[in-house]
Design a binder for this molecule. Structure first.
Ligand SMILES: [Cu+2]
Length: 256
């Protein structure tokens, strides 16, 4: 055998081994898995919110307002894959804008790295999770809802300041929760456009668009809800229902 022939065979062998090594590195029949993290972002009028005592934003009713605090629960996340399979992640997740760790929710399930049709979750706590005493420690426990209003937990504390009809800054507390036996949590379904979930790690970014709480179908003039004469909206069933309705357009899913 000539030197040249051996050299050619060696090249061919190396090429073959390389092809083999670079081929499908998954065992047949085993679908690649991924870990899904949901990141939460909070926007006003299309831009990330900055918390503070100023009133730089304007709502649909023309009120100038600002945001000082934002805390809420989302629960029972479900990932809907393109083929129709669903992956449920039971339980609640607490988000505090001021606590970056809470704004990243790593779903504790193995997810096939397939295409994602949609993601759904509950805004707030459904009745099965809205049980007094179920959060005994941590900031979640501080979301308690008064027993005299039915107990359980706040779904959301959205607090800020607006400029009222007297041109004075007035602090508002848009607190939501179940009231007595009426549940004001609601389902959110976000179209994911059949985006591929990359193998290993995938991130979904869910945006809460804060101005939408005050936009439609019920336009909120904050003077109608937050005044010195009114005790707040926590015991106000009509206000709770109104925010539940407006919640339909509050969340969006960022395109990857
Ligand atoms: Cu409250």
């Amino acid at each position: 055998m000539s030197k040249r022939s051996i050299f050619t065979k060696c090249i061919a062998l190396v090429a073959l081994l390389t092809l083999w090594a670079c081929g499908d590195d998954h065992e047949p029949g085993v679908t690649a898995q991924t870990t899904v993290t949901i990141d939460f972002e909070h926007f006003v009028n299309g831009a990330p919110v900055t918390l503070g005592s100023e009133t730089p934003y304007t709502n649909a009713a023309g009120n100038s307002f600002g945001v000082t605090l934002l805390r809420y629960f989302i629960s029972d996340v479900v990932l809907h894959l393109e083929g129709g399979d669903t992956i449920a992640v039971p339980g609640a997740h607490y988000v505090d804008h001021d606590d970056p760790a809470t704004r990243s929710y790593v779903l504790d399930v193995e997810v096939p790295a397939e295409r994602l049709a949609s993601v759904s979750f509950v805004m707030g706590l459904p009745p099965a999770l809205n049980v007094s005493g179920s959060f005994s420690t941590g900031p979640e426990a501080l979301m308690e809802w008064p027993e005299m209003m039915g107990g359980g937990y706040h779904f959301m504390k959205f607090e800020g300041r607006y400029i009222n009809d007297a041109s004075e800054p007035f602090n508002f507390r848009a607190h939501t929760g179940g009231l007595h036996d009426v549940d004001y949590s609601f389902d959110v379904v976000l179209d994911a456009g059949n985006r591929p979930l990359p193998e290993g790690a995938a991130t979904l970014t869910v945006v809460m668009n804060l101005e939408q709480w005050f936009t439609a179908p019920h336009e909120w003039d904050l003077n109608d809800y937050f005044t010195a004469a009114m005790p707040g909206i926590m015991a106000n069933a009509a206000a709770q229902e109104s925010l539940q309705d407006n919640g339909a357009t509050v969340f969006s899913l960022e395109t990857p």
